[in-house]
Design a protein. Structure first.
Length: 86
């Protein structure tokens, strides 16, 4: 879902923080998403927090997929190698 938000959905349709929105925020990597702060545990589990956290944890070669199909393939390879410690 995060991939589709970043790559396909117009910014005015979602309140998801994009990479462009992060340019003013101090992050270690320029291509990482901003993870908003919340005051509740429920907020911590929302897609607006968990999505950017998970996206930022992916290696750059997985995040840079040019198509949804390519992204899914790279993600599956990454998850399977992580699962089996390859």
């Amino acid at each position: 879902m995060v991939y589709e938000v970043i790559k396909k959905v117009p910014n005015h349709l979602v309140s998801f923080p994009s990479v462009r929105d992060v340019s003013m925020v101090n992050t270690r990597q320029l291509d990482q998403l901003y993870v908003p702060r919340t005051k509740t545990q429920t907020g911590e589990r929302s897609i607006l927090v968990e999505g950017p956290k998970y996206w930022n944890s992916l290696p750059p070669n997985v995040r840079c997929g040019q198509s949804l199909r390519g992204f899914k393939k790279k993600l599956m390879l990454h998850l399977s190698s992580e699962q089996f410690n390859v």
